[in-house]
Design a protein around this ligand. Structure first.
Ligand code: AHZ
Length: 308
């Protein structure tokens, strides 16, 4: 951390507001006027670059060693991060999300429709996060899925111990063999997603790593990027074959995902719809309670693993 800070601070200062900016107002005279005379505090472009670069690379430097890495910031991954960050403020929780926009499929409720259905008792998670809903008896409805996702995301990012790298893909797992010849996941291999998407068109672009004693994988069901860790476990010989997600059955699917949330290989906990590909369980379609409860379950398992 200090190395980077010192290096950046040692660069020749570019903050020379003397030339070209004399006509700018002094900071203490700046008013927020909406009468056509709105002004901003003076700035040089390099100040903006440095403000971002320093924080981003300080963050990467710090989180190269994390306590928990959560792969995928969909409804399961974000629910896991919320429960973990709230209950363990001292843990370095690092979320890696391949998409520019975190949230996975939880910006809509189903079939491009906006309301989100959550079966009880997972409505308790909504109350804990502060998301309002309408009670329909056995289930509740959030008026817009984006209200759930944006509220949860804002709460997760506000925890001081959470860092999120979005537009960053997990390309591989770090898999070590311990003294008893047990293979365990010890972190993730990452690349900016735009790099990950261009491995076939450019010469070798090596990745980066984040080590952590616990990785929680929540990359969703199969798709261009989904079920990432489940598929990697198969190609790495740690899982014989994918179970493959089965057809839709809400009543079977939701408890199977929540109760099946577990450490699938040492060091790797799997949650959310990725588990349906790993275990061969049903999909539930547009009901999101299991994603929240599976995320919470994964957080509890992560705490247990760290304590053991
Ligand atoms: O971008 C992905 C998404 O935000 C991200 N992701 C996938 N592969 C990644 C990788 N590195 C980093 N290699 C990666 N990030 O993971 C997130 C998965 O979110 P999701 O919403 O797809 O999954 P979820 O399990 O959190 O929620 C599933 C919601 C579903 S699907 C479904 C059905 O099809 O029946 N029903 C529900 C409720």
């Amino acid at each position: 951390n200090n190395t980077i800070t010192t290096y950046l601070d040692a660069l020749p200062s570019v903050v020379s507001l003397k030339s070209g900016l004399q006509e700018q107002p002094k900071q203490d005279t700046i008013q927020e006027n909406y009468d056509g005379s709105y002004q901003f505090a003076p700035i040089e472009e390099a100040m903006v670059s440095r403000a971002m670069i320093k924080r981003y690379f300080d963050m990467m430097y710090d989180r190269a060693i994390s306590d928990v890495v959560i792969v995928g910031a969909g409804s399961a991954g974000l629910s896991c991060a919320f429960h973990l960050a709230k209950n363990r403020p001292a843990l370095k929780i690092t979320i890696v999300e391949a998409n520019v926009a975190p949230g996975g499929g939880a910006w809509l409720g189903g079939q491009l429709m906006t309301p989100m259905v959550v079966r009880k008792p997972a409505d308790r998670f909504l109350s804990e996060v502060g998301v309002p809903f309408e009670d329909e008896g056995p289930f509740v409805v959030v008026k817009h899925a984006a209200l759930f996702t944006s509220t949860l995301l804002s709460k997760v990012l506000a925890f001081p111990n959470v860092v999120m790298f979005n537009a960053t893909a997990v390309e591989d797992l770090i898999i070590r063999t311990d003294h008893s010849s047990t293979q365990r996941v010890a972190g993730v291999v990452t690349n900016w997603t735009l790099v990950a998407l261009n491995h076939d068109t450019q010469s070798c672009m090596d990745p980066n790593t984040i080590t952590a004693p616990v990785v929680v994988s929540c990359t969703g069901h199969d798709g261009p990027m989904g079920a990432f860790s489940a598929k990697r476990l198969v190609s790495a010989g740690l899982l014989k074959e994918l179970g493959n997600m089965r057809g839709l059955d809400m009543n079977r699917a939701e408890p199977a995902i929540v109760n099946g949330t577990r450490e699938v290989v040492p060091g790797l906990i799997m949650a959310g719809m990725e588990l349906s590909e790993h275990d061969g369980s049903n999909r539930m379609g547009p009901t999101f309670g299991a994603m929240m409860a599976s995320g919470v379950m994964a957080a509890k398992q992560a705490m247990r693993a760290l304590d053991s």
